[in-house]
Write a new protein. Structure first.
Length: 607
């Protein structure tokens, strides 16, 4: 890029921003937040060691279901409105609808100190870019892309989540608190074709009467009924993404069907991007039409031409996606990507995305000196269904820094007594193979951990080796919802329970999370078992000038435990139990603390 040319971030910053009115939190919400946060009385001393992704405490939230700070954007693109523009009764409570959560809501909670109290070091947000505007038909309800995995346009935020300015404010607020932002990205597929999007952008064909169906009673909706209106033989489907861009299992005229291999299949019938193709392609007809209507077609084309020329890249489907996704890094300073459906994309594609995202973060840091003091490289974590703690192809050629660990939850369900064996295996394997994982106990796709056992579940997760992921509401015992829905994953995505948070669970997550956040040894350290009954282990971390040490006891409740500390703490040295704040002095190579009602002792050197 010549000095006369603006950077990608500068070019995109010049766009006019939509203005949305801000609303204040209700007094009731503020009082509740203050009460809950006040319950976390953890000691906040600092370790001498610094942040490392191997010890990250990542908070995963669905933006739409977390906190609504801007009701004015709740029905963007006509979502949840009838044909006359009126709000459909009951739509806000439907399992498949947008519920109002937005960037401004996440920002509010960042500034309130919610994530800081939890010891969160990174927030993983669902894809923030513009989603298909309409819904697909589920049995008895409208299914919108509130979750963010059905992209329409990668180049800007979805208006239901907020504006570019509000997204920037959210990222900046997180960075000011020392919290990194991990953005969910989807290379594999676009969103479904919906009746509303087809009408809005002039592609595809549906039989007469589709409007009566689309705007009719939700109880009459079904995938089969919607499909009955589809005219697959129409040549007008070429005005959608185009056959150079996607394959489709809907038997649409001119489109290839999905294959049978992981990388060529149409996952869940979604339009599958041809990321493996080496052929150069023009912009898809859908985006040509959309950007022309929005008055930004020339600007987008110029940006793309500059990117391809600057990087000497062919105009392939993959490279368009890389440009659009890494723009978010170059403009806002995104710190990492959670990479959806990793096994459904050729591995070389992920390596290319990581390469250009890393360059984009360097560009942002140079353009924004002093905005953060973060020096960690761009981080990628891959999602390949059922992956465990194993070194395999996903760690080759710089693709992923970590993989989501599906095996942790499965093993934990066998019983709490598995922790000694599980922790030792995880710690030893990750250190021997030089790999990292992101473990969880609940997720948006699998299941929620037993709501009545989240104290023990939180203990197991937040003291686990490697990075860990809290799924929003595990710390407040957020309940499941919609028990009769035919879609199991919908039950896992209820609105955050701000009004009835379980304060005991929240306090427990705070104490463990803060301990983890200030001690990289918890996730990144080498483990040494000291005792099996009660379970006592030490974790030590040393890299360069960074050194850290913790000893943990997980045992029966309200029991005095004499903890051997020889080789870790010296006689006459003061040691603190970070869980309850009590302190004592090492005598004859041991210290004694009580496990308390939750059966945990967290030992650190006292200041």
């Amino acid at each position: 890029m010549s000095q006369a040319e603006p950077s990608r971030a500068e070019a995109r910053r010049d766009r006019p921003l939509r203005k949305i009115e801000r609303v204040l939190l209700s007094a009731a919400s503020l009082v509740l937040a203050a009460a809950v946060l006040a319950s976390c009385g953890a000691v906040k001393s600092k370790s001498s060691a610094s942040f490392t992704w191997e010890n990250a405490n990542v908070y995963f939230l669905l933006t739409d279901r977390f906190y609504n700070a801007n009701p004015g954007n709740d029905h963007s693109y006509g979502r949840g409105l009838d044909e006359s523009g009126n709000v459909i009764a009951g739509i806000a409570e439907s399992e498949g609808s947008f519920h109002g959560g937005d960037f401004a809501g996440v920002t509010q909670k960042i500034r309130d100190g919610y994530f800081t109290e939890l010891g969160v070091s990174a927030i993983w947000i669902t894809p923030p870019y513009e989603q298909v505007h309409g819904f697909t038909s589920a049995p008895g309800f409208a299914f919108y892309s509130y979750h963010g995995y059905w992209a329409l346009d990668f180049t800007g935020p979805d208006a239901n989540y907020g504006t570019e300015e509000e997204f920037k404010e959210m990222v900046d607020a997180a960075h000011e608190k020392g919290i990194r932002i991990v953005m969910d990205v989807v290379l594999n597929h676009a969103g479904y074709a919906t009746m509303k999007d087809a009408a809005e952008y002039g592609f595809g064909e549906y039989k007469t009467g589709w409007e009566d169906y689309y705007y009719g009673k939700a109880s009459a909706l079904s995938p089969e009924a919607e499909e009955s209106y589809l005219v697959t033989a129409s040549d007008s489907w070429s005005g959608w993404w185009g056959s150079d861009w996607i394959r489709s299992d809907d038997a649409l005229s001119g489109y290839d069907r999905g294959g049978t291999s992981d990388t060529l299949m149409s996952l869940s019938g979604l339009p599958d991007f041809k990321t493996e193709s080496t052929e150069e392609v023009g912009l898809p007809p859908l985006l040509l039409e959309k950007w022309a209507l929005e008055g930004r077609l020339e600007q987008e084309q110029n940006e793309l031409d500059a990117f391809f020329e600057e990087n000497k890249l062919p105009k392939t489907v993959l490279n368009y996606e890389i440009k659009w996704l890494t723009d978010w890094v170059a403009e806002y300073g995104i710190d990492g990507f959670r990479c959806d459906t990793a096994k459904h994309i050729d591995q070389k594609c992920w390596a290319e995305l990581k390469k250009y995202a890393s360059l984009a973060l360097e560009e942002w840091r140079k353009a924004n000196p002093g905005k953060t003091d973060f020096e960690t490289p761009f981080w990628t974590v891959g999602e390949a269904w059922d992956h465990g703690v194993v070194k395999d192809k996903y760690f080759e050629t710089g693709m992923f820094d970590a993989m989501i660990n599906f095996s942790f939850r499965k093993n934990l369900l066998k019983g709490y007594s598995i922790l000694p064996k599980l922790y030792t295996f995880m710690s030893d394997t990750m250190r021997k193979e030089d790999i990292s994982v992101l473990s969880y106990i609940s997720s948006h796709d699998t299941a929620l951990y037993t709501r009545s056992n989240l104290i023990k579940g939180g203990t197991a997760l937040l003291l686990a080796p490697g990075a860990v992921q809290i799924y929003y509401g595990d710390e407040t015992a957020r309940p499941t919802a919609w028990p009769k829905t035919p879609y199991a994953d919908q039950k896992l995505r209820s609105d955050m329970n701000w009004e009835n948070a379980d304060e005991a669970v929240f306090t427990h997550f705070c104490l463990l999370g803060q301990f983890r956040n200030r001690h990289p040894a918890v996730g990144a350290g080498a483990q040494t078992d000291i005792s099996q009954s009660p379970y006592i282990f030490a974790r030590t971390y040393e890299t360069g000038s960074d050194k850290d040490l913790v000893i943990v006891v997980i045992g029966d409740a309200n029991t005095d435990v004499s903890v051997p500390v020889t080789g870790y703490f010296e006689d006459d040295e003061k040691v603190r139990n970070a869980y309850d704040g009590t302190e004592t002095v090492v005598t004859n190579g041991s210290v004694t603390f009580t496990t308390g009602e939750n059966g945990v002792i967290l030992l650190e050197k006292a200041d």
